[in-house]
Design a protein around this ligand. Structure first.
Ligand SMILES: [Zn+2]
Length: 78
């Protein structure tokens, strides 16, 4: 699995920009980008939840784990 938005984040010198809703790395990156504004983070989380529905319930623990590990871009060799 390869995510174009993660690819861009990995290769571009600029931080942020492209996020793909549904990619746990992108969502972790999006939420981290709103730090330390909790209200903004919660807004991003709510938006992801709205778009993904049940899928979000499945992905959210993964996103939280990535945030804890500070792994915010999909690895190149995945
Ligand atoms: Zn991604």
């Amino acid at each position: 699995m390869s995510c174009q938005a993660c690819h861009r984040a990995r290769t571009s010198p600029h931080k942020g920009g492209a996020y793909r809703i549904g990619c746990p790395y992108c969502m972790a990156r999006l939420i981290a980008s709103a730090r330390p504004v909790k209200r903004l983070q919660e807004g991003h989380i709510a938006a992801c939840q709205r778009q993904l529905g049940d899928e979000w319930t499945r992905l959210w623990p993964r996103v939280q784990q990535l945030l804890r590990d500070n792994r915010l871009v999909e690895e190149a060799d995945v």
